[in-house]
Design a protein around this ligand. Structure first.
Ligand code: GLA
Length: 795
């Protein structure tokens, strides 16, 4: 898979090739990243590395030659050299810059991938292979190892850099990016995901021009505002799009959950590179003699099927090689979360009423959200006091949890482990554990301060508190929230330890990872759902521990169409936690048909955030039917490929498809926890059709080509849940006259058998909904309409 040929290194995983070279001065340069090219000979590589000399006007790196780094594609640019783009690496000694000349000294090719540092990283895999390029500046006594890992058919290169100080005095790292993606021609658009609270991950596409474009977070989390995922696609009118492989797309992501910076630069030679890593503005690291610092991993994805193909590459890769393997392919509990149902007005009695209702509907896990601990009747107290509120649970939380279990459900709780309220016992005892400056003003978000997770004692204290609750309640599920950004990032602990305050953000997030590590080791079967005021920390670092993340506090199904569409460009559907919530929407006041809410929420991990007692839209039979539908789709959600067929950012009639060939992916771990799953099912697809606003004169013969289908016959019908349909009908008999929207739509459509070839090229006809007067109206009637069709290969 990885070969050294002369001065070249060729990494090939069967799907992609990544080729680099050692340049004249020993600097690693980039040659190629694209479709796999097996068996390249040295002369082929020389041909690929050939370039026209453009170095006139540049400063030369080697006197007496025309060699400059300015017109090269560099694998890891260093500060102060003849490359004038912002560096990946910069170091200082006693405040003076070190002018490093890092040159290649050797390499290793290692079979497998080892856990190489604490915290999140791509998983060990004996079939992976890693190239380590050793670089050094002997005079400056600095060594850098660049590592590149590829996994079989992963279409992904995992990069990181390890910097070692060999001098006998400390040095300061001021920049240590994780890696660089080099692209050699122009005409690329940069796609990234920007937003805000309740409007996370909106797709932004910008044409790249000479200069620098930046996405970044300085909030202490990967943030609502920018996500570390970004992609390069060829702009449709670029001359480059006429070249071969014109659907080439690249993606980057960072296995890190704090301040990051990704920048796309185009220099005067038309060389484009995307560099990504820890944000240098809030980073500094003291490297003691012989100490090393290893950067978080950067993931470089490549697809020749454009942006949509890229989304499948990154989703498969994250599932197979990063996300918590205990859960990634495991059936997930359908939760009822108490937040929108009762907010802070919870007590044992109203929760039990809710839980009894939930149990009738077949909900698997009852989650008590914020408000169960300390004396938290509002959001202004008790964070840090992780013991149950006796007033709300007079018989004790453990007794309450027993009642939940006796109803046949698992028990889940909300925690916000990284925070502290000034009105808390913890703050009374340890005010020095709050992150704030030693004197002067400090900012407060949601009436709370941040706990100093750079201090291991704080992490241990919170871990112990959580252990007590987890054990006494036999907890199955945790919702781990993080509701405010970090300001005035001063740590009394770092001051005491005489560590630089610029180390705070890095140490903080590794404190968060340490708590995750402790919890997941001690309680491997407790599912931890990530959350940060909705989806403010939706990144690979968190997914390493949390197999699913609360996608957004905005549960308005119309807004969710966009948020989920954009999130699923970067992350697998099985990481998106989606709930049917209160009606009208508590965030926007919008009203929907319940079918629309459900059909949006079903493309992800499905659940509820609903007051079942007060909400009269659904009967228990409706909910049982919905959960049955989810269970039918779940294997495809966990294992399948997702297609964005018509984008909600561009169309009034968005459409998505989920396709699963019925097999477990080769790389899926065969653990005991997965063994109960129904596997080797037949090939199936689920197509979600949506109409946001009613439009009478839409296209005459609307059809949606499904490029992923094979030849053969497909049975097409509206999604129904076989097992729960029976229960559904039984319950209907008890309530004659009450027809559910689901059963209604199912009755309107007869199953059909259509050839795959036809569906692939001509397309699946959009669902027909009968408005009573004209049976042939081939469109939805009304705003916010939706339907999911199931396709099964039958021959
Ligand atoms: C955040 C979460 C919500 C809910 C509240 C509770 O906003 O995103 O889902 O848990 O906190 O305070």
């Amino acid at each position: 898979m990885i070969r050294q040929q002369g001065r070249f290194f060729h990494l090939c995983d069967g799907a992609i090739s990544y080729i680099l070279e050692i340049l004249d001065d020993g600097t690693p340069g980039h040659v190629y990243f694209g479709a796999a090219m097996a068996d390249l000979e040295l002369e082929d590589l020389e041909y690929m590395a050939r370039r026209c000399g453009k170095s006139t006007g540049t400063v030369k790196a080697i006197a007496g030659t025309s060699f400059s780094l300015a017109d090269q594609m560099l694998e890891y640019p260093v500060y102060g050299t003849t490359s004038f783009l912002e560096p990946a690496l910069a170091m200082e000694q006693e405040g003076m810059p070190l002018y490093l000349r890092l040159a290649y000294t050797g390499f290793e090719i290692r079979d497998g991938k080892e856990k190489s540092m604490p915290g999140p990283q791509t998983r060990p895999d004996p079939k992976a292979q890693s190239l380590i390029l050793h670089l050094a500046d002997r005079d400056a006594q600095v060594e850098v190892d660049l590592s590149y890992t590829i996994y079989m058919q992963g279409a992904t290169v995992v990069r990181s850099a390890k910097i070692t100080n060999l001098a006998n005095c400390p040095r300061n790292l001021t920049h240590a990016a994780s890696g660089v993606l080099n692209v050699r021609d122009t005409g690329w658009n940069w796609i990234h995901l920007n937003g805000s609270w309740a409007r996370e991950r909106q797709i932004v596409e910008q044409a790249l021009v000479p200069g620098t474009a930046v996405i970044e977070s300085l909030t202490g989390a990967s943030s609502h505002q920018c996500n570390p995922w970004n992609a390069l696609v060829k702009s449709p009118d670029s001359p480059a799009s006429c070249q071969g492989d014109n659907n080439l797309a690249y993606g980057c992501n960072l296995v890190y959950s704090s301040n990051f910076k990704a920048q796309a630069d185009i220099n005067e030679f038309g060389l484009l590179r995307v560099m990504e890593g820890i944000h240098p503005l809030t980073f500094g690291w003291t490297l003691q003699p012989l100490a090393s610092f290893q950067t978080p991993e950067m993931l470089l994805f490549c697809s020749i099927e454009g942006l949509d193909g890229l989304s499948r590459v990154s989703s498969r890769f994250l599932r197979d090689h990063l996300i918590n393997p205990n859960f990634v392919y495991k059936r997930r509990p359908v939760c009822l979360n108490s937040w929108e149902a009762v907010y802070f007005t919870l007590n044992e009695q109203n929760l039990l009423e809710l839980a009894r209702e939930a149990a009738k509907c077949g909900i698997d896990c009852f989650v008590v959200d914020d408000g169960w601990f300390g004396h938290r009747d509002l959001d202004n107290s008790s964070l840090g006091d992780w013991y149950p509120d006796q007033k709300k649970f007079p018989s004790g939380l453990d007794a309450f949890a027993r009642q939940i279990r006796s109803l046949g459900m698992q028990f889940g709780l909300w925690f916000e482990p990284e925070m502290i309220s000034e009105d808390s016992e913890l703050y009374g005892k340890h005010p020095q554990w709050a992150v704030k400056p030693p004197a002067g003003q400090y900012s407060v978000g949601r009436s709370q301060l941040v706990l100093d997770f750079s201090c291991p004692e704080v992490v241990e204290y919170i871990f112990r508190q959580m252990c007590q609750v987890i054990e006494s309640t036999k907890l199955s599920y945790i919702k781990w929230d993080m509701n405010r950004s970090i300001t005035e990032a001063y740590s009394q602990y770092l001051a005491q330890e005489k560590e630089g305050q610029k180390e705070f953000f890095y140490r903080y997030i590794y404190g968060v990872y340490a708590l995750y590590e402790k919890l997941t080791e001690a309680y491997p079967d407790v599912l931890i759902e990530g959350c940060a005021a909705g989806g403010g920390r939706f990144d690979p670092g968190i997914l390493y521990y949390s197999p699913q993340i609360w996608t957004s506090d905005n549960t308005d199904a119309f807004d969710r169409l966009k948020i989920q569409c954009a999130t699923s460009l970067a992350y697998p559907l099985s990481t998106l936690s989606n709930h049917i919530s209160q009606f009208p929407s508590h965030q926007t006041g919008r009203t929907f048909t319940s079918e629309f809410q459900k059909d949006v929420a079903l493309f992800g991990i499905f659940g509820y955030e609903l007051n079942l007692i007060e909400d009269h839209r659904f009967s228990p039979a409706d909910l049982t039917g919905q959960i049955g539908q989810y269970r039918q789709m779940e294997p495809a959600i966990l294992h399948g490929d997702f297609y964005h067929l018509a984008s909600p950012f561009a169309s009034n009639e968005p459409a998505v498809a989920l396709y699963w060939d019925g097999k477990r992916p080769q790389s899926a771990p065969k653990t005991a926890s997965n063994s109960h799953q129904v596997l080797s099912k037949q090939e199936q697809a689920f197509v979600g059709f949506y109409q946001t606003l009613s439009s009478l004169h839409s296209i005459y013969r609307p059809a949606l080509p499904l490029p992923f289908l094979a030849d053969g016959q497909y049975l097409i019908q509206p999604l129904q849940a076989q097992s729960s349909m029976q229960l559904h009908l039984d319950l209907e008999e008890e309530n004659p006259g009450k027809q559910t929207s689901d059963s209604q739509s199912a009755r309107n459509m007869e199953p059909e058998v259509i050839r795959g070839q036809l569906l692939r090229h001509d397309g699946l006809r959009k669902p027909v909904k009968n408005n009573g007067s004209n049976r042939n109206v081939a469109q939805f009637i009304g705003d916010f309409q939706a339907m999911i069709m199931e396709l099964k290969k039958i021959g």
